[in-house]
Write a protein that binds this ligand. Structure first.
Ligand SMILES: Cc1ncc(COP(=O)(O)O)c(C=O)c1O
Length: 497
């Protein structure tokens, strides 16, 4: 059911924001706060910061009477989560105050016991690998297909997942990312049906898709497609405060008691009421107001496309479904450079000089994320900048991407389990000397935060070449001891013996 076809009761309920309203009611009583936090609703706070933080500090509460408890909800938090579940089409929704990171980790620890196999899309976010390490699970990687139009890794092919499920009937779950950071998605409903034929749950990292299902221009959400669990960064593409995310669940395949226990271990015992209230409000805004804002934005994005069609050296990637990419988020603006004499980093620098801040740059790409909060003025500034770059300077070779290649850069020999490798004896070697060695650390170009190498994997020639190439550019690396990647930590195999 789309949001527009809901009953009158639905609208009446969704008009409420019980957690936020409770916080406001409490602040208006002008209480005497003999409880933490010590700023006492903003009364003791750096005086320079008070002007900007002030109204918000009044709502920065803790688990006093009437405020409920995220870890045992039976009051306003339970009501807010129930409204979110209704809005997002879940049976149960849990608010997350540690981002999707917390949700991904908790989910993996819920479905896997030590040694259990889990089928995992190889280009998942680092939090998924961290979850596997903490669960001491055994990942079986499935390599994503590459979108021929943009050259970026998209999602899993159904046949690859089916083959993996046949080869590993003991796998406890399939974990994938949909959509990608770049906004591309697969036919999730078909995949969910395939996965369920094997009796295992489908867990989806939907960090970039909190708006999915809320407007006909967006793809259907993971919940609508039949996934058993979906983790959404409500703070990314919709309006919650940074770190505020949601975990949606449906069906019987996930042990909800175990999940609640894991969330309680992973998340703070003092979850931020500001973050949780922002989730309550983001849900209400999505249901009640965002569509109008998206209607305006989508028209403006059409105009942006028309303007950029006349700029020959850069292309705003178009949502044309193909064999690997079934859906596309129109709010992700992926600028593909069709020239060899400029790279994405240079374009991003030009943009930033003009006050335009993209999500990320790569050699041939710049990714911008629009949202209901993106204004006509923002889009005009972007178009003006791209139009102003001289075509003569950009008249190099057209950059082409090989169609249909598989993202082989993601798959290498797992010589030892990840959780064993992170604690094994290690040594530091020059990157150039690392061929054939087993990694003791993750190498994560950031953003987007997708590990190219995880602990326990053997460094092969393809990967070494790729890392040496990336090192020349402006890529930042997470997970590594040496952020410039001159050196890398590898397993000291002599001490292993
Ligand atoms: C695909 C994906 N999953 C999970 C995360 C983690 O989300 P959060 O920042 O909400 O913890 C990110 C963050 O960039 C992401 O891109």
């Amino acid at each position: 059911m789309t949001v527009r076809e809901r009953s009158a009761d639905f609208w009446e309920r969704q008009r409420q924001a019980p957690l936020y309203e409770q916080l406001v009611r409490h602040a208006m009583r002008r209480p005497h706060p003999f409880h933490v936090p010590g700023h006492k609703m903003g009364r003791s706070f750096d005086h320079h910061g008070r002007e900007r933080f002030g109204p918000v500090l009044e709502l920065d509460m803790t688990e006093i009477t009437g405020m409920d408890d995220l870890h045992q909800p039976d009051g306003v938090i339970a009501e807010a989560q129930a409204l979110a579940a209704e809005a997002f089409g879940a049976e149960e929704t849990r608010f997350l105050v540690g981002g999707s990171t917390a949700g991904n980790i908790a989910l993996i620890m819920t479905v896997c016991r030590p040694g259990d196999k889990i089928l995992v899309q190889r280009n998942c976010h680092k939090s998924v690998f961290h979850g596997i390490i903490l669960a001491r699970a055994t990942p079986v990687y499935i390599v994503p297909a590459v979108d021929p139009a943009t050259g970026t890794a998209v999602g899993l092919r159904r046949e690859d997942v089916e083959r993996a499920l046949q080869a590993h009937p003991d796998a406890k779950a399939v974990f994938l990312t949909n959509p990608t950071y770049y906004g591309m998605g697969i036919d999730l409903a078909k995949l969910a049906a395939t996965v369920h034929r094997f009796g295992v749950p489908l867990l989806v990292d939907e960090a970039h898709g909190a708006h999915f299902g809320f407007h006909p221009a967006f793809p259907r959400s993971a919940m609508q497609s039949g996934a058993d669990a979906a983790v959404q960064s409500t703070h990314k593409m919709t309006g919650a405060l940074t770190m505020s995310s949601m975990l949606h669940i449906q069906g019987e395949r996930i042990d909800r008691e175990r999940l609640a226990r894991n969330l309680a271990m992973i998340q703070s015992s003092s979850p931020s009421y500001l973050l949780m209230a922002s989730l309550d409000l983001a849900r209400r805004h999505l249901v009640m107001e965002a569509s109008r804002e998206w209607e305006r934005l989508l028209l403006q994005l059409d105009k942006l496309r028309e303007r950029l069609d006349r700029v020959s050296w850069v292309e705003l990637a178009r949502p044309v479904p193909n064999s690997v990419c079934a859906t596309w988020d129109p709010l992700k603006l992926l600028l593909v450079l069709r020239t060899a004499d400029a790279d994405g980093f240079e374009l991003m620098r030009l943009m930033e000089e003009q006050g335009i801040y993209p999500e990320l740059a790569e050699n041939g790409l710049v990714l911008l994320a629009a949202s209901a909060g993106t204004s006509a003025d923002d889009l005009d500034a972007l178009a003006r900048l791209l139009e102003s770059v001289s075509p003569e300077r950009r008249s190099g070779k057209v950059r082409m991407v090989e169609p249909g290649v598989v993202a082989s850069s993601f798959l290498r020999e797992q010589a030892m389990p990840m959780h064993a490798a992170i604690d094994a004896p290690r040594e530091t070697v020059a990157l150039e000397q690392a061929l054939g060695r087993i990694a003791a650390e993750m190498v994560i170009p950031y953003p987007p935060g997708i590990p190219l190498l995880v602990p326990g994997e053997r460094i092969d020639a393809d990967l070494l070449e790729l890392l040496l190439e990336l090192r020349k550019g402006q890529t930042r690396f997470h997970g590594v001891q040496d952020a410039r990647l001159q050196t890398i930590r590898v397993i000291d195999e002599r001490q292993q013996e």
